[in-house]
Design a protein around this ligand. Structure first.
Ligand code: NAP
Length: 276
């Protein structure tokens, strides 16, 4: 459609290999960012109830001049709504704010294992998909253990797991598990949220070799790992550049040079982090 390859999910739907992140934009910023991103060729947008910008994202999608069915709109269930009925009600609120008839990809935002209600939430997600209100269902920040429990108790594995993934935290084991089980890995904070990654000398050297920017090297690294990065940019020029990562390739040494040896998280540990 626009030169961006697509991943096929285990439910048969396809989604673009890169998308736009929208945290921490407010409604007005998100509306502008989504419009310019759609103009640039993005066809996947990532938001969440907790970003408080679903209204702006929905307006951007509605006014972006791209047919609704071409845009993969992702939103996420907040931790405070993990029960079965609560999930159904929370989804309705998200759908209303987005102004959409259906949501393409609905994710459980964090597992919040101490609360121990993510399986109830998952049953409701399955129901939403059966009812046609959601095209695809997935999770975010789930570990191997959380994913296995969902499958054991419901028989249904998520189509997508959106996880912290960047050159400082390459997540080899979880990605390998996803690959075996047919779960698409989405990368949040794919640029490593700033200068530690963008100004790294090893990344700069690879960028020079290809005549591209450090951000493009980092995003290309995700694509070649088979992951789906959702870089956030509100700047139309950087949005365009971030999408332009399908015309060059990193060799094995360059892939290895990008990833740091000692992994380091920037965000919370899903086993203990709680987000409501
Ligand atoms: N599921 C979760 O728990 C979770 C957690 C965190 C994030 N997310 C999602 O993942 C998305 C991305 O993560 P993130 O926003 O934390 O980090 P990120 O995408 O790695 O980095 C975003 C930062 O990089 C800048 N930037 C973007 N493109 C650039 C370029 N080409 N050159 C230089 N700087 C550039 C942006 O500024 P400008 O806007 O000025 O370009 C922004 O400050 C979020 O927006 C959100 O949708 C999900």
């Amino acid at each position: 459609m626009n030169g961006v390859p697509r991943y096929t999910l285990d439910d048969g739907t396809t989604i673009p290999a890169i998308g736009l992140g929208t945290w921490p934009l407010d409604d007005a910023q998100a509306e502008r960012a989504v419009r310019t991103a759609l103009e640039a060729g993005y066809r996947l947008v990532d938001t969440a109830a907790n970003y408080r910008n679903e209204t702006g994202v929905g307006r951007g999608v509605a006014g972006g001049g791209v047919p609704r069915e071409e845009v993969v709109v992702t939103t996420k269930l907040p931790g405070r709504h993990h029960g079965y009925e609560e999930t159904l009600a929370s989804f309705e609120e998200s759908r209303r704010r987005l102004g959409l008839e259906y949501v393409d990809l609905y994710l459980i935002h964090w597992p919040n294992p101490r609360v121990d209600k993510y399986v109830d939430a998952w049953r409701a997600m399955i129901r939403l998909r059966e009812d046609g209100l959601v095209r695809s269902i997935g999770v975010s920040d789930f570990t191997h253990e959380h994913l296995t429990r969902l499958e054991k108790e419901t028989g249904v594995l998520p189509s997508v797991n959106q996880i912290e993934l960047h050159r400082l935290f390459p997540q080899e084991e979880l990605r390998a598990f996803h690959a075996v089980r047919g779960i698409v890995t989405e990368s949040w904070s794919p640029l490593g949220r700033g200068s530690v990654s963008l100004d790294d000398p090893a990344v700069a050297e690879v960028a020079r070799a290809h005549g591209v920017t450090p951000a493009q090297v980092l995003l290309r690294w995700h694509v070649q790992l088979g992951a789906l990065p959702v870089p956030k940019s509100a700047d139309p020029g950087r949005q365009r550049a971030n999408l332009d990562v399908f015309g060059f390739g990193l060799d094995e040494d360059q892939m290895a040079a990008v990833a740091r040896r000692s992994p380091r998280r920037l965000g919370g540990d899903p086993d203990t982090h709680e987000e409501f």
